[in-house]
Design a protein around this ligand. Structure first.
Ligand code: ASP
Length: 330
């Protein structure tokens, strides 16, 4: 018998029609979940007192999820986190980096239509998440959505208008669910060392800058020079190119000099930052920005948060940022 813990944080999947519009209804989802019990599958449900629209999530709620999962880690074979889709890829990425040495499946899921809708995608997403969370040789955080199992720190919400809400543009799916589940075990992470989860420092100040032609690069540089930030993600063009804007470069150098880091990732969905592919990528690298390869914005934010929370600064922070830790980059 497999025993799972389902942590229910909110999102569309458990919402119902109220006079104000769709809103989470306490108790609804735990009741609907009962149909998934079988002689081979038992689970407990932890419903949070404040069910949220995931657009409202803050790092303290990530820490709450981590605390609950860690406290019950030994008691269950796997975990399912039910979550809104808007920030699902951020939460999956934070869990992936913070649950260092994870040796059990943690599957995050939700839906585009609530379970009470006749055409809800939530039923199949839940079924696939529960099945994935029952695989003893899956040692990572994944998103189960639209009949795919994706690495959590590779996944992105790329579609708000169809059931195919998530994809992992730079990595293959870890499974697909048809009449048979097709487990792509050759892509799964190997089990690692001891389970040593990281406590988040929720006071850290991080920012993400999406460059656009015009004043954006100067403004980003000025904010980085102001000394408020612990780290930043810079979403540059193409293979990691930026204008050689003196304010931007001074900002990157200033933030790097404080021991923080600027992680350079691409705005482009497919492909990677490759320093040297174009001369326009060099000034930023010389100023100290770390090349983030094909990291998603969600994974870049989560990796920076978790590594800074571990107390890494300066060269050791930069070195870990550039090293794939959980299969998050190529
Ligand atoms: N706004 C919702 C949320 O992220 C969307 C969803 O769940 O699909 O909580």
């Amino acid at each position: 018998m497999t025993r799972l813990l389902v942590l229910y944080s909110g999102g569309t999947i458990g919402m119902d029609h109220t006079p104000e519009g769709l809103a989470p209804v306490p108790g609804l989802l735990p009741r609907l979940l009962q149909r998934f019990r079988t002689p081979a599958l038992d689970f407990d449900v932890l419903e949070y007192p404040q069910l949220i629209d995931s657009s409202a999530i803050v790092p303290a709620q990530w820490q709450q999820l981590l605390d609950d999962l860690i406290a019950r880690y030994a008691d269950y074979d796997g975990f399912v986190v039910i979550h809104g889709t808007d920030t699902m890829a951020y939460t999956a990425s934070v869990l992936a980096f913070a649950l260092q040495g994870l040796a059990k499946p943690v599957i995050v899921t939700g839906s585009q239509l609530p379970l009470v809708h006749p055409r809800s995608d939530g039923w199949s997403n839940l079924a696939d998440a529960l099945e994935a969370a029952s695989q003893p040789d899956l040692h990572e955080v994944c998103i189960a959505f639209n009949r795919l199992l994706l690495r959590g720190c590779r996944a992105r919400k790329l579609d708000a208008a169809s059931f195919a809400g998530f994809a992992s543009p730079n990595a293959p799916a870890l499974a697909s669910f048809g009449i048979q589940a097709q487990w792509q075990r050759q892509h799964w992470l190997a089990a690692t060392a001891d389970f040593t989860p990281v406590k988040l420092d929720v006071s850290l100040k991080l920012a993400t800058f999406f460059l656009t032609p015009g004043h954006a690069s100067t403004l980003a540089g000025q904010i980085m020079q102001a000394g408020e930030l612990d780290g930043a993600v810079l979403m540059s063009y193409g293979n990691g190119n930026t204008p050689a804007d003196p304010a931007l470069l001074a900002g990157v150098a200033a933030l790097t000099a404080t021991g923080g880091a600027v992680l350079n990732i691409s705005q482009v969905v497919h492909g990677a930052v490759e320093v040297g592919a174009y001369a326009a990528s060099q000034p930023l690298a010389r100023a100290g920005a770390v090349a983030g390869a094909d990291l998603t914005p969600e994974a870049a934010t989560a990796k920076l948060l978790v590594l800074l929370s571990q107390g890494l600064r300066g060269e050791s922070l930069r070195q870990q940022l550039a090293t794939p830790l959980r299969g998050e980059s190529s």
